[in-house]
Design a protein around this ligand. Structure first.
Ligand code: GLN
Length: 205
């Protein structure tokens, strides 16, 4: 059984853990390097990427996490988690640190300050069962993705999507997955199931 950590510095820790357990994984909160060392994969929840970056440093998790990701540990970042996993962030704070697990440039709070949150039905590449209903909360988008990055979902071209239409909101690069939205809030397990399968596929032995 894959043991999957949920970075527990901030955000929807319990919701992610519940989804992972429903998908057959064992979920563990991760706050300390010793806890990180014991998991086969890690979820980085939403929250505030600037605060999470600071807390990662305070809890002495930034370097060990960067090392695990570099060594190929599967990781899934939602919203602020996506920002942390990116190579580079636009509209971030100057001192905000990046884990550099994904060859993408993300724009923080990309949908505009006036757009606090919205919901959308997305076509998510590789997920069977029809469109995915998603919740975006002060979300980023992927402004630029490197050649090795699979684009899994974009904002649909609806009448009110405006500038946001076609923007990239879900990506994967090898063992690293990221979504600009919050699948832990909808009850639809398919994104978590995808990640649990990724962790299972990477299990030693
Ligand atoms: N706007 C937040 C940030 O910049 C992300 C919001 C979220 O995770 N729901 O980190």
């Amino acid at each position: 059984t894959p043991v999957i950590g949920v970075l527990a510095l901030q955000g929807d820790v319990r919701e992610h853990a519940a989804m992972l357990e429903r998908c057959g994984a064992r979920a563990r909160p991760v706050r300390r390097p010793e806890e990180l060392a014991e998991v086969h994969g890690l979820v980085l929840p939403g929250g505030e990427s600037t605060t999470m970056s600071r807390l990662l440093e305070t809890f002495e998790l930034l370097d060990p996490l960067q090392e695990r990701i570099e060594a190929g540990m599967p990781a899934y970042g939602s919203c602020a988690g996506m920002i942390l996993l990116a190579r580079r962030v636009l509209d971030g704070r100057p001192d905000q640190r990046q884990l550099d697990g994904l060859d993408v440039v993300v724009r923080r709070n990309a949908f505009g300050r006036q757009v606090d949150s919205f919901e959308a039905d997305l076509d998510f590449d590789g997920l069977a069962g029809g469109p995915l209903h998603t919740v975006f909360i002060r979300a980023p988008w992927v402004e630029k993705a490197g050649d090795g990055v699979e684009i899994l979902a974009r904002v649909p071209k609806t009448p009110h999507a405006g500038d946001a239409a076609d923007r990239i909101v879900a990506v994967r690069q090898g063992p690293v997955l990221a979504t600009a939205f919050h699948p832990e809030l909808t009850g639809d397990e398919r994104v978590h199931r995808l990640f649990v399968d990724m962790v299972g596929a990477a299990l030693p032995g």
